[in-house]
Design a protein around this ligand. Structure first.
Ligand SMILES: NC(=O)C1=CN([C@@H]2O[C@H](COP(=O)(O)OP(=O)(O)OC[C@H]3O[C@@H](n4cnc5c(N)ncnc54)[C@H](OP(=O)(O)O)[C@@H]3O)[C@@H](O)[C@H]2O)C=CC1
Ligand SMILES: CC(=O)C(=O)O
Ligand SMILES: [Mg+2]
Length: 423
C-alpha cells in the first residue's frame, strides 16, 4: 500500500469514533415503564424462564443471532504472532462482515492465554453466551487441538474460519479454475506453500473433492514436506510425499496449481514461469500475496490468478464463507458445522459464479461487465445472492445430515439481511 493508503486505513479505523463496531438497542428505552421491563423488575421474568429451560435463552436473549469471534492473535492474517490485542482490528473486521453480509451480531474476544489448554478453558466457560463460536487467526498446530476439543465440549457450532472458511472458498474457486484451465482435478499437480491452519484444511478439502494426495507437494519454512523428515507434526505428516524434491524451485517445475497460504512475495516470477501451461495461482496470503498479480500477469498471460484481497479480481477469501455458513447454521440451530454443510457451501459458491452477474455487483466493483472466466472464478463478496444461496444450502445440509435442532426456516430464501428475523 502507498503511504496515502496506509494513512487512509488508519484514519478509517480512528475516525469519527474509534473502531468499526458498536452495540444497538432493539427495544424501547424511553420511559420508566420501558426500563421496568428491560431491567429491574421485568428482567427477572426471562431469568426465571431460562433457569428452568436453557433453550429459552434463544427466545428471550440475543444468543441465537450472536457469534463470538475469538482469537489469541497467534497468526494474524499473514502478519504472524503479534498477540491478542493487535488482532482486535481483524476481529472487529470479521464482526463487520458478519453484520453487513449476514445480519449476524458478534462480539470479538481476544484471549491472552498462556497455553492452548488455558485458551480452551476460557472459551468453554463463556461459550453458552453465544449462538456460535468463530475461532480466528490461531496458529497451527495448536489450532487443530483447540478446535477439536471445543467442538467436543460445546453444544453450539465451533468453527475455525482460517481452516474451514478458507478451505470452502478455495475449493469452490479451484473447481471453477480447473474447469477453465481444462485440467482434471484428479490429475492436477499442486504445490501448497504453507503447512499451517489454512493450508492443511484447504488440502484436506481438495482431496475430498477429488485431488490426489500424492499429487500435492506441501512446503513449510524448511521446504518440501517429505517422508524423510523427522520434524513433522501429525498434521504435516499427512501430506508427506516420498519424493526427492526439496525446495519450492524443485516442486514448482511443471506444477498445474500453486496455492499460497504462507507469507508475502515467496513465489518468484522465475518460479511461476516454470509451471505447466494455464497455471492456476491462488496467492492467498493477506495482506500481501505470495506473488503480486501484476508480476504474475506480466510473467505469463495464461495464468488464472486469485488473491485474498478485495482490490484484485478473484478474491479467494473466507469472507465468502463464514457469514453465510453461520447464518445457515444459526437459523436451524445446528449443533455443529459438519462436512455435509461445508460441501454444500462449496457447491453453492462454485455454482453462483456461473450465474449472470447482477448490476448491483457491477456497480459495487465499478465494472461494465463480468462473466464466468479467468477473471471471475468465484462470486464477489458484495453479491447479495450469497445470503440466499449459501445460507440456504448450509441450512438444508444441516437438516438433511441430522445436526439441525430446528426445521428448515420458513422465511428462507433470504432476500436481504432485513429478513433475518423472519418478520
Ligand atoms: N485468503 C484467505 O481467506 C486466507 C488466507 N490466509 C493466509 O494464509 C497464511 C497462513 O495463515 P494460517 O494458516 O492461519 O497461519 P499458520 O501460522 O497456521 O500457518 C502459517 C504457515 O505458513 C508457513 N510459512 C510461513 N512463512 C513461510 C515461508 N517463508 N516459506 C514457507 N512456508 C512459510 C508456516 O511454516 P512453518 O510451519 O514452517 O512455520 C506455516 O506452515 C496467512 O498469510 C493468511 O493471511 C489464512 C486464512 C484465510
Ligand atoms: C482472511 C483471513 O482470515 C486471514 O488472512 O487470516
Ligand atoms: Mg484469519
Amino acid at each position: 500500500m502507498s503511504e496515502d493508503q496506509k494513512q487512509a486505513a488508519l484514519d478509517y479505523h480512528a475516525f469519527p469514533i474509534p473502531g468499526k463496531l458498536s452495540v444497538e438497542l432493539t427495544k424501547p428505552t424511553a420511559t420508566a415503564k420501558d426500563l421496568a421491563l428491560a431491567y429491574s423488575p421485568g428482567v427477572a421474568e426471562p431469568v426465571r424462564e431460562i433457569a428452568k429451560d436453557p433453550e429459552l435463552a434463544y427466545k428471550y436473549t440475543a444468543k441465537g443471532n450472536l457469534v463470538a469471534v475469538i482469537s489469541d492473535g497467534s497468526a494474524i492474517l499473514g502478519l504472524g504472532n503479534l498477540g491478542p490485542l493487535a488482532s482486535k482490528p481483524v476481529m472487529e473486521g470479521k464482526g463487520v462482515l458478519f453484520k453487513c453480509f449476514a445480519g449476524i451480531n458478534s462480539v470479538d474476544v481476544e484471549v491472552n492465554a498462556e497455553s492452548p489448554q488455558a485458551f480452551i478453558d476460557t472459551v468453554a466457560r463463556i461459550a453458552d453466551t453465544y449462538g456460535g463460536i468463530n475461532l480466528e487467526d490461531i496458529k497451527a498446530p495448536e489450532c487443530f487441538e483447540i478446535e477439536r476439543t471445543l467442538i467436543e465440549q460445546c453444544s453450539i457450532p465451533v468453527f475455525h474460519d482460517d481452516q474451514h472458511g478458507t478451505a470452502i472458498v478455495t475449493a469452490a474457486g479451484m473447481i471453477n479454475a480447473l474447469e477453465l484451465a481444462d485440467k482434471k482435478i484428479e490429475n492436477a499437480k499442486i504445490v501448497c506453500l504453507g503447512a499451517g491452519a489454512a493450508a492443511i484444511a484447504c488440502m484436506k478439502l481438495l482431496v475430498a473433492c477429488g485431488m490426489k494426495r500424492e499429487n500435492i507437494f506441501m512446503l513449510d519454512r524448511k521446504g518440501v514436506i517429505h517422508t524423510g523428515r523427522e520434524d513433522l507434526n501429525q498434521y504435516k505428516a499427512m501430506f508427506a510425499n516420498e519424493t526427492d524434491k526439496r525446495t519450492l524451485d524443485d516442486a514448482i517445475d511443471g506444477a498445474d496449481v500453486f496455492v499460497g497460504l504462507s507469507g508475502p512475495d515467496l513465489l518468484s516470477s522465475e518460479q511461476l514461469a516454470k509451471m505447466a501451461a494455464n497455471p492456476i495461482v491462488f496467492a492467498c496470503s493477506n495482506p500481501d500475496p505470495e506473488i503480486k498479480p501484476e508480476i504474475a500477469k506480466a510473467t505469463r498471460d495464461d495464468v488464472i490468478m486469485a488473491t485474498g484481497r478485495s482490490d484484485y479480481p478473484n478474491q479467494v477469501n473466507n469472507v465468502l464463507g463464514f457469514p453465510f455458513i453461520f447464518r445457515g447454521a444459526l437459523d436451524v440451530r445446528a449443533t455443529a458445522i459438519n462436512e455435509e454443510m461445508k460441501v454444500a457451501a462449496v457447491n453453492a459458491l462454485k455454482d453462483l459464479a456461473k450465474e449472470p452477474v447482477t448490476q448491483e455487483v457491477l456497480n459495487a466493483y465499478e465494472l461494465d461487465s463480468l462473466e464466468f472466466g479467468p477473471e471471475y472464478i468465484i462470486p464477489k463478496p458484495m453479491d447479495s445472492r450469497l445470503l440466499a444461496v449459501v445460507s440456504g444450502a448450509v441450512a438444508q445440509a444441516a437438516v438433511d445430515s441430522g445436526v439441525a435442532r430446528q426445521p428448515f426456516p420458513a422465511h428462507y430464501p433470504l432476500k436481504s439481511i432485513k429478513d433475518v428475523y423472519g418478520n
